[in-house]
Design a protein around this ligand. Structure first.
Ligand SMILES: [Zn+2]
Ligand SMILES: [Zn+2]
Length: 165
């Protein structure tokens, strides 16, 4: 599929070609900060098919974390467009920037639900997310479950294994 989108003011535009590896929603505290309070809805897209076609994003990386994500956003309007996580061979595309956000469909997975405030909604049903805790495994799951006490841990944890549910 070919996805097009851009920031809120239109100064930065992108095209993302290829099949999404995962559609998910993340409930971690970092995503809450960036999203404005809700979960972060994203698609993992192949980096070779992702390119900026107008303008260029600013990027930000926390220097107090061991393996911080790089956040790409418009320097004019501040809208976040994508993240890149060390060791993850996909672009984490934030679906609010899509020209047609309905192409997202539905989340296949909810992540870092240990940090979820009560008002976040996780959809149910076959297309929704049923067992978020089981979707994480090994060390990442352990970190996620104990992450409430440490934002630093969660922000620097490796991306969990990515089963399609
Ligand atoms: Zn903008
Ligand atoms: Zn997150």
């Amino acid at each position: 599929m070919v996805l097009e989108g851009g920031c809120y003011c239109g100064k930065v535009r992108y095209v993302a070609e290829g099949e999404p590896r995962l559609r998910a929603q993340c409930h971690c505290r970092a995503c809450q900060h960036i999203s404005g309070g809700g979960p972060n809805y994203f698609m993992l897209m192949p980096p070779e098919g992702f390119r900026y076609v107008k303008g260029a994003p600013k990027s930000f990386r926390r220097d107090d974390l061991k393996a911080p994500v790089t956040r790409e956003f418009c320097e004019v309007c501040g809208a976040h467009i994508a993240n890149r996580r060390p060791g993850l061979p996909f672009v984490i595309l934030k679906i609010g920037t899509l020209d047609d956000p309905t192409l997202y469909g539905a989340a296949q997975m909810a992540m870092f639900t240990a940090e979820k405030p009560p008002f976040h909604v996780i959809p149910e049903g076959p297309a929704g997310v049923q067992r978020p805790a089981a979707a994480l495994n090994g060390e990442a799951a352990e970190r996620a479950s104990t992450a409430l006490t440490s934002r630093r841990n969660i922000a620097s944890a490796p991306f969990p294994t990515l089963p399609i549910v």
